[in-house]
Design a protein around this ligand. Structure first.
Ligand SMILES: [Zn+2]
Length: 308
């Protein structure tokens, strides 16, 4: 059996796992993303954690085919650099692959986290056997990983699919990026909590806003229905642009379940341009917690080779 190591770097924690060739997690651990120390020091800690995990899993180094890293964008996956992610403010132009290569003599690959999660779905999730799909994560932010013609779409530096800053409806006001009405500023978990809190005049979490929605609180129902429509608009744009077989939605907001998926499917069935586009399936992601590390580990396996 061959194994790889997945490293998922997030704004608050780094998840690390040893994963086998079937996508199964053998051992895993987490460490805090300590932003008070330098990226170099955090990478030393990540290396130590990897070393510890390998020991704990009793797997010979010869069976480890590589290390895959998923990290928030913007990044430069071709040159193995994390460039300027808003979630990791002191990680500017960090050549993480080169630094980790000083310690490890196996191949190391870097990919943005939404792309890694898309690969995980392709490997063992809702995208198995599907050559054209778009994975959308609706979480603190909104991003996509695009599988087009059986391949992961990278773009120039590996940042393709950053759909969160596509303008959908300027009437929703200004986004942190300076534009008006970006998808992420309307429909991310963060945006839903903020907009719900403003309406109710008290601090609410995303989950509490959805609880009020289920309880049919008038103003919240109106808000969420508008937000679902915005997500429908985004999905129609994705369908018209990429002609996928499926849209797979993951991230915390997708846990709201059938109401969200039914609303989006309904919008898509009316407004996608092509008749086949109107039948595009909109489905929940299969992997939840492990998607980041499994996707990162997938970077080392030839997940795509069976599908081309
Ligand atoms: Zn924006």
């Amino acid at each position: 059996m061959r194994y790889s190591i997945g490293v998922d770097i997030g704004g608050t924690k780094v998840a690390i796992a040893v994963v086998d060739a079937d996508g199964k997690i053998i051992e895993q651990t987490k460490l805090p993303t300590d932003l008070s120390i330098s990226p170099r020091e955090l990478i030393v800690r990540i290396n130590e954690a990897i070393e510890h995990l390998i020991k704990k899993s009793y797997i010979e180094m010869e069976q480890m085919i590589g290390i895959g890293i998923g990290a928030p964008g913007p990044l430069d996956s071709r040159n193995g650099k994390i460039t300027c992610p808003p979630n990791l403010p002191n990680w500017v132009d960090v050549p993480i692959v080169a630094w980790m290569n000083e310690k490890w003599k196996i191949p190391i690959r870097l990919e943005n986290d939404a792309n890694a999660a898309a690969l995980a779905e392709k490997w063992i999730g809702a995208g198995v056997g599907v050559n054209h799909f778009v994975y959308v994560t609706v979480s603190t932010g909104i991003g996509t990983g695009i599988i087009a013609d059986g391949k992961l779409l990278h773009g120039r530096k590996g940042n393709a699919g950053d759909i969160g800053h596509t303008v959908i409806d300027p009437s929703f006001g200004k986004c942190t990026c300076g534009q008006y009405g970006c998808l992420e500023s309307i429909a991310s978990g963060t945006a839903i909590a903020k907009r719900g809190s403003d309406i109710m005049g008290r601090e609410l979490t995303t989950k509490e806003v959805f609880d009020l929605y289920q309880q049919k609180e008038g103003a919240i129902v109106e808000l969420i229905d508008r937000i679902f429509r915005v997500l429908g608009v985004a999905c129609v744009s994705i369908i018209n642009t990429f002609d996928p077989e499926k849209i797979i939605i993951g991230g915390g907001v997708s846990n709201v379940g059938a109401t969200l998926f039914n609303a989006i499917q309904d919008y898509v069935s009316q407004y996608a341009l092509n008749p086949t586009g109107r039948t595009t399936e909109v489905v929940p992601a299969k992997l939840s917690q492990g998607a980041g590390v499994v996707g990162a580990a997938a970077l080392c396996f030839e997940v795509m080779s069976d599908s081309e």
